[in-house]
Design a protein around this ligand. Structure first.
Ligand code: CA
Length: 422
């Protein structure tokens, strides 16, 4: 599609501020209580039922094999590769564009194919074999580093490689699923022996993550020019974190139970094709990186971010921070090239999260640990309450969107509520 995205219009009506205009078309798995969970794309206030569109042979000529949209995860579609992703996206764009009559004028088909978004439950969109979490914001790494090492916040490796760790894939949940406060072992300040109990310093982390849609054979690496074929799309990630458990367990091997109890993702996967107009330069990397991490193209994306909180005493969400994904020091191409440089076999459906996204200003810090300076400066809420870390009943809301010329590429909402420990 070489058309200027601002000129694209759909026969499906939606407000200009909709997260899901025809320029977006994010993939998700929806369940309308009829016919089982299946794949769709969001368009305005509707979900376009891709399983049905495929059944009607409307993807003919795209190279799509079978009907992967009947599956309750997107992996079977992702496996078909970048040329099919492109062709299918172009066909959906064509079918929904204002001059196309195929669905628009077939009323019986149109009524079945467009399911009101308010009538569906959104499922985890992908079976996720592996989950990696990076640590790619210089501001976040510096702020957190300062708490532990005031004179030497960034470790000597930090500007030479995108630091990351292997996370827990099985506890990744979609938006709307509550998260239980974890139990664990902590070492209270001044104590000599650890205690066991509910975490008292439960935090969120604002992150973005990308899914890979192609596998490489074990032993083969992926260059920063080859990553394009692997990158399927992005979601918002909330990496729930128990700071007190983390502080006691993290040395010498890094995060473990402080992170593995839950990670939330937004339900719609925004494709890299939809993000293309928002590709931009990231921060200058100094010192220069090793050749395998050098990129020909800019690989940052201008994605605006916002986090809000609502306690059980509040009627509405209150903003905690706003930021932008383009501030990340390490980009998605470098993260994937680094993951595979030792010959790791990347899989279809792997999730790679960015690490907490923090900016330069005090209102652009992506977690409570930073916003409250380790719990020393409580946040004042409109309800009269204060927060250092999350309490039971608190809900977190994360939003992400790209601002286009007359349209926005939205990620929808990622919401989660803290339940008491059990
Ligand atoms: Ca994280």
């Amino acid at each position: 599609m070489n058309q200027n995205p601002a000129e694209l219009k759909s026969w499906v009506k939606y407000a200009p501020e909709s997260d899901f205009p025809i320029q977006n078309l994010p993939y998700g798995i929806f369940d309308d209580g009829k016919g089982g969970p299946r794949a769709g794309v969001a368009i305005g206030d509707f979900v376009l039922d891709l399983a049905l569109i495929c059944e009607k042979n409307l993807f003919e000529g795209t190279g799509l094999e079978g009907n992967p949209f009947r599956e309750h995860r997107l992996n079977a579609f992702m496996e078909q590769g970048r040329s099919v992703w492109r062709a299918v996206r172009n066909r959906i764009t064509e079918l929904l564009s204002e001059h196309s009559s195929q669905i628009r004028d077939d009323h019986a088909l149109r009524d079945r194919a467009l399911v009101p978004i308010e009538n569906v439950a959104l499922r985890k969109p992908v079976y996720i074999p592996s989950f990696v979490d990076f640590y790619s914001s210089e501001q976040h790494a510096t702020n957190v580093g300062k708490m532990f090492r005031p004179d030497n916040p960034l470790m000597p490796n930090w500007k030479h490689l995108p630091v990351g760790y292997n996370g827990r894939a099985s506890s990744i949940v979609p938006s709307g699923i509550s998260v239980q406060r974890p139990m664990g072992q902590t070492m209270p300040e001044g104590a000599e022996t650890p205690i066991f109990g509910p975490s008292k310093r439960l935090d969120y982390e604002l992150e973005m993550g990308f899914f890979t849609g192609k596998r490489n054979p074990m032993g083969a690496c992926i260059s920063t020019t080859e990553v394009e074929d692997f990158l399927f799309g992005m979601v918002i990630v909330n990496d729930w974190s128990a700071r007190d458990i983390q502080k006691w367990e993290y040395q010498p091997l890094g995060p473990f139970l402080a992170k593995s109890f839950a990670t939330s993702i937004s339900p719609w996967i925004v494709t890299f094709d939809a993000l293309e107009p928002f590709r931009t330069m990231g921060p200058k990397q100094q010192p220069p990186v090793l050749p395998y991490l050098q990129c020909e193209k800019p690989w940052a994306f201008d994605i605006k971010l916002e986090v809000s909180i609502r306690t059980s005493k509040m009627d509405a969400y209150q903003k905690l921070c706003s930021g932008n994904f383009k501030t990340m020091y390490w980009n998605v191409a470098q993260q994937l090239a680094h993951q595979a440089v030792n010959g790791t076999n990347v899989q279809v459906g792997d999730l790679y999260a960015s690490g907490t996204i923090s900016g330069d200003s005090p209102d652009s810090l992506g977690c409570l640990l930073e916003l409250t300076q380790g719990g020393r400066s409580p946040i004042q809420l409109t309800s009269g309450e204060t927060r250092t870390f999350l309490e039971d009943g608190d809900s977190l809301l994360m939003k992400a969107w790209c601002e286009g010329d007359g349209f926005r590429i939205g990620f929808g909402e990622l919401e989660g509520t803290v339940q008491p420990a059990q």
